[in-house]
Design a protein around this ligand. Structure first.
Ligand code: 13P
Length: 249
């Protein structure tokens, strides 16, 4: 059975002290949560090792990783380095990485395979920009991102993957996808997984929604049969809001 998951992507926010306080607050609220939802946080790289010492019930994710194993890649952080400080998950293919750092589907495929080979579980993001939605290309874009980004993965690899659908027009804009828009795309993604992988892969895959998700709109999004949780940006920076979303299930 697929898991319900709420993950917080802190992006480039919080200094170490605030980040540690936020992690502690999320950990203590997580203990009181009413459901079996898996809670993940993705602080900046600089905080990961210290935050790992503060959390137990909450799981740790990085926001990116290198596409190479080790060596002369100044400024990069390898999957092995992340594992060595207690990281279990890694967000890959976030639209901000795609748009601002030129990460394309081929590079993301390389990162995904390397991360998996090192024991990290990818939270693989996909999403269309507004023009792509308005011109009716949205399903082609998502098909391309998933079929190239996850190409060559085995059924066993796919058991370790989480997919996040984050329509770019909804990220940080306050414009949330309607429950019907989210369900329509999540169903499309699940059907695509049957076609590309296997029925079981599709049934077991947690598909998260991301983009202006808040405590006030989470319940109606999560009520959809193919929405298995959320990848949260802004609202993950306040422990009460973040756990409000977790408790929306
Ligand atoms: P917001 O929740 O701030 O819209 O960000 C979503 C996101 O990009 C999570 O990865």
């Amino acid at each position: 059975m697929r898991k319900k998951i709420v993950a917080g992507n802190w992006k480039m926010n919080t200094l170490l002290k605030d980040g540690m306080e936020l992690a502690k607050a999320v950990e203590s609220l997580e203990k009181e949560k009413s459901s079996d939802t898996l809670v993940i946080i993705a602080p900046p790289y600089t905080h990961l090792s210290r935050v790992n010492d503060l959390i137990e019930g909450v799981k740790l994710s990085a926001q990116n990783c290198a596409s190479e194993e080790s060596g002369a890649y100044t400024g990069e952080i390898s999957p092995d380095m992340l594992v060595s400080v207690g990281v279990e998950y890694v967000i890959l293919g976030h639209s901000e990485r795609r748009a601002y750092y030129g990460e394309d589907n081929e590079l993301l495929n390389k990162k995904t395979k390397l991360a998996l080979s090192k024991g990290l579980k990818p939270i693989f993001c996909c999403g269309e920009v507004l023009e792509e939605r308005e011109s009716g290309k949205l399903f082609d874009v998502i098909r391309e991102q998933i079929s190239v980004g996850l190409a060559g993965l085995t059924k066993e690899d796919m058991d370790q993957v989480i997919i996040a659908y984050e329509p770019v027009w909804a990220i940080g804009t306050g414009v949330v996808a309607s429950p019907d828009q989210a369900q329509e795309m999540h169903k499309f993604i699940r059907d695509l997984l049957v076609e590309l992988f296997h029925q079981e892969v599709a049934e077991n895959m947690s598909i998260l929604y991301g983009g202006s998700c808040k405590p006030s709109n989470a319940a109606e999004l999560f009520a959809n049969p193919d929405v298995d949780g959320g990848l949260i940006g802004g609202a993950a920076l306040k422990a009460e809001d973040f756990l409000g979303i977790v408790n929306a299930y």
